[in-house]
Design a protein around this ligand. Structure first.
Ligand code: ADP
Ligand code: MG
Length: 240
């Protein structure tokens, strides 16, 4: 797959220069690479926010690389759950409304939607916070609302771009506990991170450099976020 951005007539930015990758259903994959190496471009294409300039991409057997914009939006809504570094929640809407946002094209009957959204909020441990607005929640809790929103349509894959980048390490590990638990239940996860420690919670690390895959590693001693959380000093030890 290739992606070139065209800026005006003469300026071309080659962001992906021949990336070939298969992600198996149920896999937990991390993508690492320096700034500008093409991580977000790759995630945007996999996430049906953009299309390659050359090459093809298929998601569950559906080729998305030549689709119309509206078909692409439909597949995105049905198949992709996004989690962003900055949460991207609607500030004026409470947690439950945020989780219900992806229901635009849903098969879920209207009467069931609220119940389904409450169920996913409960699965991320936030049932009692459903009526809180983002500014009434901690960073870690906001990210858990974002994960609930990503899950509500039962997507084929979760794409998380630096999901722990904006939160403290304890909350970050709680997010990783959640992602690992989802993966154990069969969810396919693709995670972009700058942080080697975070990447080692995945099964496999794809290293990107200048728009190409430079190395694919199997993680030998995979981190278990639950065990890593136990190793962190207790909060009272930090404040003393
Ligand atoms: P990363 O996420 O690894 O930092 P990106 O995928 O955002 O990298 O960017 C890869 C390259 O493509 C960079 O050189 C970047 O400047 C360029 N790029 C990214 N998005 C655009 C865009 N919308 N228009 C033009 N160039 C872009
Ligand atoms: Mg990026």
């Amino acid at each position: 797959m290739f992606k070139t951005y065209f800026l005006g007539k003469d300026v071309q930015v080659p962001a992906l220069r021949g990336v070939s990758l298969t992600v198996q259903r149920g896999a937990f994959t991390a993508i690492m690479g320096p700034s500008g190496s093409g991580k977000s471009t790759l995630m945007n294409i996999i996430g049906c926010l953009d299309q390659p300039t050359k090459g093809t991409i298929t998601i569950e057997g559906i080729e998305t690389s030549r689709m119309s914009r509206s078909d692409l939006a439909y597949v995105r809504n049905k198949k992709i759950g996004f989690v962003f570094q900055t949460f991207n929640l609607l500030a004026r809407a409470h947690a439950l409304s945020n989780v219900m946002l992806p229901f635009v094209y849903s098969d879920c009957p209207k009467a069931k939607r609220r119940e389904r959204a409450m169920d996913v909020l409960e699965s991320v441990g936030l049932a009692d916070r459903w009526s809180h607005k983002p500014n009434e929640l901690s960073g870690g809790q906001r990210q858990r609302v974002a994960i609930a929103r990503a899950l509500v349509n039962d997507p084929a894959i979760i794409l998380a771009d630096e999901p722990t980048g904006n939160i403290d390490s304890r909350s970050g590990l709680e997010i990783m506990i959640l992602l690992q638990a989802l993966n154990r239940e069969g969810m396919t996860i693709l995670l972009v991170t700058h942080d080697r420690f975070v990447a080692e919670h995945a099964e496999r690390i794809i290293n990107l450099l200048d728009g190409k895959i430079s190395r694919i590693e199997e993680v030998k001693e995979r981190k278990d976020a639950r065990e890593e959380l136990k190793k962190l000093p207790k909060e009272e030890e930090i404040t003393q």
